[in-house]
Ligand binder design. Structure first.
Ligand SMILES: O=CC(=O)O
Length: 313
């Protein structure tokens, strides 16, 4: 397979890069931009693209490679891929579901715990020497809080399973009722938010779920409510979120994702009731290796004319 051209859109994980390099003719697009002479000269040989949450396959990239057969994303999310265009051109698409579910769910629970028990804030308190002068004060309990989950897919279900272990009653919103015994279905996000103390966002980003958390949902969650987003930044109307936090209409937020990553609204940096992560929900060594292996196994299966392991289209 050494002669097959594979284009990697951006730097993502050295292990993946090295393994692709060992198997294919790898083009690193951060060294060779789409309009460079080198890339134009080699564009015909590229049959696969490997993208990620930062940089996927948009129409321009797809059109650059006339012999493109498959797009593999080093992520479960597909929002950086022009899926209709891939479908129209008969380009296969694969992602990395399942192997990352538990780590994202762990990160979601960690964020909820960090906000409620003020873990990041208390760490700052110790480091700054403030403990010498004052007591830290009280946090808020996590166990037993009513949990609402937007999107009861793989990750949402894994969050629910963990929250149940903390004695939390579970409500959820999804396109269809899942008939899960013990979890309460809410056909509207607004009702879910009104009945939740902690609202987790873990659905896929589509036109329908963009800004699914808007001003009304935030107000329904209320001044004691906590919002945790491990989906995509665009699930939440960030401007409304910032206003609600500044005006204390929302109790707090734990965010792994933002509308314009890596840019984070400056006002959030000043708030102690907010915990901010740099989109690291899947970022453990174990999961990253499993994701990279899945990308490679999918590409190898495709070029051997075998069934794809995790096909999207
Ligand atoms: O955000 C992470 C992913 O989509 O894998």
């Amino acid at each position: 397979m050494e002669s097959i051209g594979v284009a990697m859109t951006t730097q993502m994980f050295t292990y993946l890069e090295q393994n692709l390099e060992g198997r294919f003719n790898l083009f690193k697009l951060w060294n060779h931009p789409l309009d460079s002479d080198f890339l134009q000269l080699n564009a015909q040989s590229v049959r696969a693209v490997v993208g990620c949450t930062k940089s996927g396959a948009d129409a321009r990239l797809i059109d650059t490679f006339p012999n493109l057969e498959i797009v593999a994303t080093f992520s479960v999310g597909l929002d950086k891929i022009d899926l209709p265009k891939c479908l129209e051109k008969g380009i296969r698409v694969v992602n990395t579901p399942d192997v990352l579910t538990d780590d994202v769910a762990d990160a979601a629970i960690g964020l909820a715990m960090a906000v409620l028990r003020r873990i990041s804030e208390s760490d700052r308190f110790v480091r700054s020497g403030s403990w010498m002068k004052n007591d830290f004060g009280l946090g808020t309990r996590f166990n037993g809080k009513s949990v609402g989950i937007i999107g009861l897919g793989r990750i949402g279900s894994a969050i629910a399973k963990r929250a149940v272990a903390f004695g939390c009653p579970i409500g959820y919103f999804s396109r269809t009722e899942k008939h899960h015994r013990g979890y309460k279905y809410f056909p509207s996000v607004l009702d879910l938010a009104a009945n939740s103390q902690i609202l987790f966002v873990s659905c896929t980003l589509t036109e329908e779920t963009k800004h699914i958390v808007n001003r009304e949902v935030i107000d329904a969650l209320g001044p004691n409510g906590i919002l945790i987003n491990v989906g995509r930044g665009a699930h939440v109307n960030e401007t409304e979120l910032v206003s609600a936090l500044l005006e204390r209409r929302l109790g707090g937020a734990g965010l792994d994702v933002f509308e314009n990553e890596p840019h984070v609204p400056e006002q959030l940096l000043e708030l102690n009731n907010v915990v901010l992560l740099p989109h690291v929900g899947t970022d453990t060594i174990e999961t990253s290796i499993a994701m990279a292996d899945l990308v490679i196994r999918n590409l190898e299966a495709h070029f051997r004319n075998e069934p794809l392991i995790t096909p999207v289209i």
